[in-house]
Design a protein around this ligand. Sequence first.
Ligand code: C5P
Length: 237
Amino acid sequence: MAKDVIIACDFPSGEETLAFLDKFQGRARPYVKIGMELFYAQGPDIVKRLKDRGHPVFLDLKLHDIPNTVGRAMEVLSRLGADMINLHAAGGSAMMEAAMEGLSRGGGQRPLLIAVTQLTSTSQERLEQELLIPRPMEEVVTSYARTAKAAGLDGVVCSPLEAGTIHAACGEGFLTVTPGVRFAGAAGDDQQRVTTPAGARSLGSDYIVVGRPITQAPDPLAAYEKCLKDFLTDNNE
Ligand code: C5P
């Protein structure tokens, strides 16, 4: 199964994103993630611009609404050409099934559909005290993953710390896309459930999503290459 590093392009404009990605010229085009900040600032055309430059694109808009609305929105989004799209598993199985129906493009082609389980910025304490879910995080995340799989989705967004449990529950072919990755000794920022790229590899993540450790690095290309090496190569811990 393909494993890869996805760079979270959390920039306020298309210009800044393209200028950042110019640093990668002459290399294989990295997989990139377009999140809410960039998509809302720049509009749908940014997906096409990045695809035209040869980048695989993960469109991270985390849809969460009634089934009919999400299904119709997915129909529109699937035409943009992204390779991976997501929604919140908390929207429930009817919403996820409607999303799958909406996604189907002509010719049997469609983007991968991935469900966010619990945000990697959510701690156990917040889960219990604000969301009023009095269960261990791992149990909650695994239950959401099972529901996503039953609804026909391709995988989940989760913490690397949960990737092994999710594969055990949902099968090795069920994708785990994992943010919450930091180099050893670096600050976690607002992320709570974090590990290193090598740790994510050994825990079984399929894709790691890395933002600030690459975008804010003094040498982003070197940081990306270190992520790739640590995540894809065995025996480097
Ligand atoms: O900068 P950092 O590496 O923390 O970026 C992580 C990226 O992954 C952000 O774009 C964030 O929106 C996204 N993400 C996340 N947790 C999730 C789903 C997506 O951090 N559960």
